[in-house]
Design a protein around this ligand. Structure first.
Ligand SMILES: [Zn+2]
Length: 244
């Protein structure tokens, strides 16, 4: 049952024919693990918490720096030098005290991520590197947890939703880069690009929970220079980790 306050808070969602009270209850039962709370992760977390997601666990190892502020919209000048997870917990709790928000200053790797998978309905990759995106995908496939993975560069972005039992995974589409490939310099990015792609990641979780059409078996390619959104059909690779 939704409380009187919840009915008021989510009233504009509840009157949507695609959500309703039943949909809102589904959203409020959903448990999400979010990897990273930077450019993609800031809007993703804000919209999930605003929408009344049940539980949001966020992992990030970074502190806020001046060059983050043009795109990582959870943070202010006063936050420079402070752990992102510490600020995130405070900001998100102020936004919606009904949501169980768990943040951990944690470097995400093959071992550390395992501690946070229990009972999760989704893993969202909001990281800034390919290694973590492939790790998110692998962990999602191995543990049969749905995942949303997005990537951005400059004015471009891409996003996919993965249902391990049914749909193509990230590794069906992309080849894992060799370990020794390391970016020496930061990628160019206009803050709006992760703003849009991170928002789409939150939307994918919400729509998947509601049983609405999502990006399973589709890669959405976003070009914000030309303003084109191309949805490309993708299929499971028979030799991929997700089919073994
Ligand atoms: Zn696959």
């Amino acid at each position: 049952m939704l409380s009187v306050k919840e009915k008021e808070r989510y009233s504009r969602q509840i009157i949507s024919e695609y959500i309703g009270e039943e949909g809102q209850k589904k959203i409020s039962k959903t448990k999400v693990l979010q990897i990273g709370v930077g450019g993609l992760g800031s809007p993703c977390a804000l919209y999930l918490v605003a929408a009344g997601i049940g539980e949001l666990t966020i992992l990030d190892n970074d502190i806020v720096s001046l060059s983050n502020l043009q795109r990582q919209i959870l943070y202010c000048e006063d936050d420079i030098g402070i752990n992102k997870t510490e600020i995130t917990k405070k900001r998100l709790s102020k936004l919606n005290s009904n949501v169980n928000i768990i943040t951990n200053k944690e470097y995400v790797d093959n071992d550390s991520i395992k501690k946070y998978l229990n009972n999760k309905d989704f893993i969202i990759d909001c990281s800034d590197n390919m290694k973590t995106k492939f790790l998110t995908n692998k962990v999602a496939v191995e543990n049969n947890i749905k995942a949303v993975i997005a990537g951005i560069k400059d004015f471009y972005g891409q996003i996919i939703t993965i249902n391990p039992q049914k749909s193509a995974c990230y590794q069906c589409i992309f080849n894992e880069p060799k370990e020794d490939i390391k970016l020496d310099s930061p990628l160019p990015v206009i803050g709006v690009t992760p703003g849009i792609l991170g928002t789409l990641e939150a939307l994918e979780v919400i729509k998947t929970v509601l049983g609405q059409p999502n990006l399973e078996n589709h890669l959405l390619m976003v070009n914000l220079l030309n303003m084109t959104f191309n949805k490309i059909k993708v299929v499971k690779d028979k030799n991929c980790i997700c089919t073994k």
